[in-house]
Ligand binder design. Structure first.
Ligand code: C5J
Length: 225
């Protein structure tokens, strides 16, 4: 049974059996002091507004049996998957791979690389470790989605204009129908967040749809009835 979600630019018809909820990079490195986001000079508290809405949709997805996937941005401890261009960018004092209060910055296995406790993955929810901004680049995400017959994605996480948008564009070109959670995404720059959401659904949905978490939760609860 499909359910209709009130969204921009027009309603999104969701099929709970063919949709995946993809939660992007809700990691301590981006959301907590001392991580990658803070090392770049950002006010990390800006991102916390997305936690509640994501948590609400996560609970609704789990109750409705919707497939959930988490991603983490980070690199191998030997940094062999970190290209020089990414390593050099930013010119900040503490760089990827350097020691920080939560372990090495953006390195797999460090405390900062963990997903925040509030949104901890369940045992049956795959966690995709990605070296890039997009979740499809150099990962097995597409194989996992295709293997389960997934054709629609609900995208949430941080940051709206970087990893969420890159993943949205990658997914769009691969033929997935994407809905971005308006209040379940966040940026260190509120203006970028607003404009990134507008861009996602501009021109009658050039990359997809945008909707608030409440609309998704309400639709999922109907789908589960
Ligand atoms: C960034 C991300 N902003 N997850 N990563 O570097 O958006």
């Amino acid at each position: 049974m499909t359910v209709s979600i009130s969204a921009r630019p027009y309603e999104f018809v969701l099929d709970p059996k063919k949709v995946a909820f993809v939660i992007i990079d809700m990691q301590r490195d981006f959301l907590e002091p001392g991580g990658f986001g803070a090392a770049l000079g950002n006010d990390v508290s800006q991102l916390r507004a997305a936690i509640g809405p994501i948590g609400g949709v996560l609970t609704a997805c789990r109750m409705a049996g919707v497939f959930v996937i988490h991603t983490r941005e980070g690199h191998r401890p030997d940094l062999s998957d970190l290209n020089g261009a990414k390593h050099r960018r930013g010119r900040f004092a503490t760089r990827i791979g350097d020691a920080g209060p939560m372990g090495r910055i953006l390195v797999r296995g460090a405390e900062g690389h963990d997903i925040i406790a509030e949104l901890a993955p369940a045992v049956d929810e795959p966690v995709i470790d990605k070296p890039g901004k997009g979740a499809f680049y150099a990962t097995d995400l597409e194989a996992i989605l295709r293997g389960r017959g997934i054709t629609q994605l609900i995208l949430a996480g941080v940051t709206t204009e970087v990893c969420v948008h890159t993943t949205l564009r990658e997914a769009n070109d691969r033929g997935f129908e994407c809905l971005v959670l308006e209040d379940g995404t966040a940026s260190y720059f509120p203006e970028f967040h607003r404009v990134a959401l507008d861009m996602a659904c501009a021109q009658d949905g050039i990359f997809g749809w945008v909707a608030p978490s409440a609309a998704v939760i309400s639709a999922l609860s109907k789908g589960a009835e």
